[in-house]
Design a binder for this molecule. Structure first.
Ligand code: TXA
Ligand code: MG
Length: 338
């Protein structure tokens, strides 16, 4: 199959393929999604095949209006409505209990719940409206690889396997949406993203559980890579904490190979970079670092022979929690030890 590249103005043509049950990758403000008609079970099943994704891992349902959520989900709580008003369209995915029989097992992985997202991207909102059905959209990467933040990343992983890609340039945020479970009494964050627990708590006036901390507590340091098969480049990533940079680069200088460096500009300019180290800029702060993270990991894998990357660590504040969550997974939780 030849994968078409659609311009962000070619919405009707992309919608036609989706209506015919084909797969078309679409842009969002976070990362690119692999789209299929959420109400077409055969199409949804092909999403798992194209990505090589385990079929029990449920998909996010992307909508362009709140009415679609109301039709599929059990009556929404006041907290849910407040969060929609505050954050939609935007990077907050919410899990709700479903009405019986409305979505296939292929979407839900057999759960009674589904994740809903109203992305902040006008091209994709127009695409969903043109299809007339919600779209499933896991990140449009091969399962286990860093999520795609450009149409070129999608093509690298899925060229020849899907009907098309709607190219809307690089995504803004760069890390996937916050996933918030609203199906139980206490809302719980299952995946950190640009919308933080504190922002959610401020809107609903209720404490939010942050499950990822519990996952962290159970970590087995012996084999962190076993647990973290996500976002993994072929290269080994070493996270470098504040204060360890001079030693990290002194260590790098002694290695007999080329190394990669993912680092913010100000920090780079304070350091002397050894000749065998290639720097990739993460911009000026943790927000731009989140935007560039997956592109940087892919750059070293796809465009160089580099097998070891030193990457800048940040504190867990704000979007830093999402950045560090993805970076730790890509590094198998490995830090440079001074
Ligand atoms: O930013 C994003 O969320 C991107 C863009 C394309 O919208 N999508 C994305 O989808 O990251 P995906 O499939 O790569 O990640 C969705 C996450 C998975 O970890 C999945 O297990 C979880 O959400 N999930 C989906 N439905 C769920 C459900 N009903 N209950 C619990 N977790 C769910
Ligand atoms: Mg994903």
């Amino acid at each position: 199959m030849e994968t078409k590249i659609f311009k962000n103005t070619e919405i009707e043509a992309a919608a036609k393929d989706l209506k015919a049950g084909q797969l078309v990758a679409f842009p969002t403000e976070t990362v690119y999604g692999l789209g299929a008609d959420a109400l077409n079970e055969t199409a949804v099943k092909q999403v798992y095949q194209a990505k090589g994704r385990p079929s029990d891992n449920p998909l996010i349902v992307h909508v362009a209006d709140i009415q679609t959520v109301e039709r599929l989900a059990q009556p929404l709580s006041d907290a849910a409505k407040k969060l929609m008003t505050a954050f939609w369209p935007g990077s907050l995915t919410m899990i709700f209990n479903l009405r019986p029989g409305v979505l296939s097992k292929a979407v839900t992985g057999g759960l009674n719940t589904a994740a809903f997202r109203f992305p902040a991207n006008d091209t994709t909102l127009a695409l969903i409206k043109a299809v007339g059905h919600p779209l499933v959209g896991p990140s449009a990467n091969t399962s286990g690889k860093p999520s795609p933040t450009t149409a070129q990343h999608v093509a690298h992983d899925l060229d020849g396997k899907i009907a098309g890609i709607v190219d809307d340039g690089p995504t803004k945020v760069g890390v996937e949406s916050t996933v918030l479970d609203m199906s139980t009494d206490q809302p719980a964050i299952l995946r950190p993203g640009a919308v933080t627990a504190a922002e959610i708590e401020a809107v609903i006036g209720q404490t939010v559980a942050t499950e990822i901390h519990q996952v962290g507590a159970k970590e087995t340091p012996k084999a962190p890579g076993m647990k973290y098969k996500h976002y993994a480049p072929s290269a080994q990533v070493l996270i470098v904490n504040d204060g360890d940079w001079a030693e990290a680069l002194a260590w790098a200088a002694k290695q007999p190979v080329q190394l990669g460096l993912m680092i913010t500009d100000d920090r780079l300019h304070q350091l002397t970079v050894p000749r065998n180290v290639e720097a990739y800029s993460l911009g000026q702060d943790v927000t731009t670092a989140s935007h560039h993270l997956f592109d940087g990991l892919r750059h070293f894998d796809d465009e160089t022979d580099i097998k070891d990357i030193l990457a800048e660590g940040f504190s867990n504040d704000g979007i830093g929690l999402a950045y560090m969550n993805r970076l730790k997974k890509s590094a198998g939780n490995t830090f440079f030890e001074a």
